[in-house]
Write a new protein. Structure first.
Length: 313
């Protein structure tokens, strides 16, 4: 059994370590003095103080999907062959957290930023990200004026895009992007809906024989669009729509996807998310369900043949 003095000393050292890491992050001078650049600095600092950096589990993986723990919000990083796709950025107060994770991962430029839809828990954190990292292209769904938001979470990102001279491009079903050797298929929106959620950009990433379906906040109407479109939906990993709400992950949709792994980005705060019935439908499909509020960062690694899941805790 660890002695009280030893335990107290360990806690003190860990507290000092975190304080030093924070100071290092805020000081550009520190980054310039240590070899290896921004990414190298983070990794050296974590190693120096005996702290684990969960993001390093993706080192050496040909393709990786990171589902970040940003509360009842979404922030997802996909990487393949040194190329990066960021899907949403969480709420405005989570933007710096997302930036720190990207920095630890060694991201210097984000090739594609996709905002699935402009709710504050998906777009808000992108302001900080766009201010910190160069972005190749920025995508968002085309919404009718009557459901386009006017809150600060949305307008701040619009202003930042204007300042950075980054055009906001629209994505719709049938388009495709290349992320290294991974293909990014745009499955939705198929048509315009009255709700912002059902206008979510839905992406299916394919690497070799493995696949990942990212649903944004798509609910039953958009799931039905996907079923009627005839698009390939079968996927190994499903990023569950709308934080596991009862209005998403319908049985007919899950029958088409048949996921082996289901990632739920959520914070259980008494608001009914995630919904027990939705979780039950996923479990009955045989999917391994992981939640960010329980397991922290969710990581799915692919070699093109199989998926290896890892969780932060």
């Amino acid at each position: 059994m660890e002695q009280p003095d030893a335990a107290a000393g360990k806690r003190k050292r860990r507290t000092l370590a975190f304080a030093f890491l924070l100071a290092a992050f805020l000081s550009g001078a520190v980054f310039s003095l240590l070899p290896g650049g921004f990414s190298g600095t983070w990794h050296r600092l974590f190693s120096l103080f005996g702290l684990s950096d969960f993001s390093r589990n993706a080192d050496g993986a040909p393709m990786a999907l990171h589902v970040l723990p940003v509360g009842k919000a979404d922030a997802i990083l996909a990487e393949c062959d040194g190329k990066y796709l960021l899907v949403d950025g969480g709420t405005p107060d989570r933007g710096e957290q997302v930036c720190r994770y990207l920095a630890r991962r060694g991201v210097r430029k984000i090739d594609f930023v996709v905002n699935t839809h402009p709710d504050s828990d998906h777009i808000g954190g992108l302001k900080a990200v766009l201010e910190e990292f160069p972005a190749g292209r920025f995508f968002t769904p085309e919404l009718p004026p009557d459901i386009t938001p006017s809150d600060f979470a949305y307008t701040d990102v619009v202003d930042t895009l204007r300042e950075k001279k980054i055009p906001a491009e629209h994505l719709s079903a049938g388009e495709e992007l290349s992320l290294g050797k991974a293909a990014v298929h745009v499955l939705a929106p198929v048509r315009t809906h009255k709700s912002v959620n059902d206008n979510s950009i839905v992406l299916r990433l394919v690497y070799g024989g493995t696949s990942f379906l990212l649903m944004g906040d798509a609910e039953a109407e958009e799931e039905n669009d996907l079923l009627e479109s005839g698009a390939e939906l079968r996927s190994d990993v499903l990023k569950v729509g709308h934080h596991g709400s009862k209005t998403s992950s319908t049985q007919a949709f899950l029958d088409a996807v048949r996921p082996r792994f289901a990632a739920v980005s959520v914070e259980a705060d008494g608001n009914g998310l995630p919904d027990e019935e939705a979780l039950g439908r996923l479990s009955r499909m045989g999917a391994v369900v992981s939640r960010t509020d329980v397991s922290g960062t969710l990581l799915y690694l692919s070699d093109g043949k199989q998926i290896i899941p890892k969780t932060e805790r």
